[in-house]
Ligand binder design. Sequence first.
Ligand code: 13P
Length: 344
Amino acid sequence: MPLASSKDVLLKARAEGYAVGAFNLNNMEMAQAIVTAAEEEQSPVIIQASQGAIKYAGLEMITAMANVLADHASVPIVLHLDHGTDYKQNVKCLRAGFTSLMFDGHDLPLEENIAVTRKIVEIAHAVNLPVEAEIGSVLTIEGLLSDSEIAEIRAMNIPAQFEILRKKIGPTVEEHIARPEEAKRFVDETGVDFLAAAVGSVHGLWLDIWPLRVDRLQEIYEATNVPIVSHGSSGVLIRREDAEAKGVELAPGEGSLLDAIKVGYTKINVATALSMEFNKAMLASAEKRPGEKDPRKLLDPARKAVVAKTREYIRLFGSTGKAETAKSGSKEGLGGGMAKRGEE
Ligand code: 13P
């Protein structure tokens, strides 16, 4: 089937109380693995490309891959731009045939973030394309700690890792959490479809140890009434019951990813965990087959590992068996497939 609209997929998910995985592709094998996992789970899925992935593979290659995968799939596949940091990047992706956009203006002053987001929403909505935008800041672990600090922490046991991370990065992360009144103003003034609201997660974390400010998320969802997007999901505490074993002490208002899905998280972005799964399997096969001349012998086990990990996430998010998608779009826009070149 043609590429699907993220709006169709996410509004249905919100109404039914589950979330949809938005998985970052870095190469063909990862894109194939994500779609295979969605097929096997009969789940809708969002494949998303960062600007780095677009630079690596080329915009046309990414769009072509996604179209071929969607054409052969029996489940809805969305192609989303992850963290488009300017207007032009969004226009290029709109024109190339992406079925979902993102503007990330989190480091701009609020007024400017609103102004650029509104401009992108205006052109995107003209061809029935949904737009996500960020408010507050989801920080990156590499921006918070040096490489040597990260290596030192990762060598510790899990409770010790949590304790030191809480001390070292907790206060800064807290400062960057989005505020409900700002989020409401942002949505009202931009018309954005989904909100990447920072509620305590950090890009690039690991081991599912980091709690979320679920109370703040709920307030933001209630104030804005748009599906909320989870960024930096690879390190987030998945289940409340796992907290004790990991040495995670939940402060008042904090909770897990599954708690967050209940109160507004609807699109869950995962990048680091899948990339690490891919690399681990590829390196293990390289070790087993020193001198291997066929790259496919190293890449196929990596692709299989990503299928397994993606299926795990899909089941956790509750979208297994939810492939039937409501259609909100018009014929010439996304409802009939996607904006075609020349039709924008
Ligand atoms: P992680 O790399 O932490 O999974 O975050 C991914 C993400 O939010 C992409 O936008």
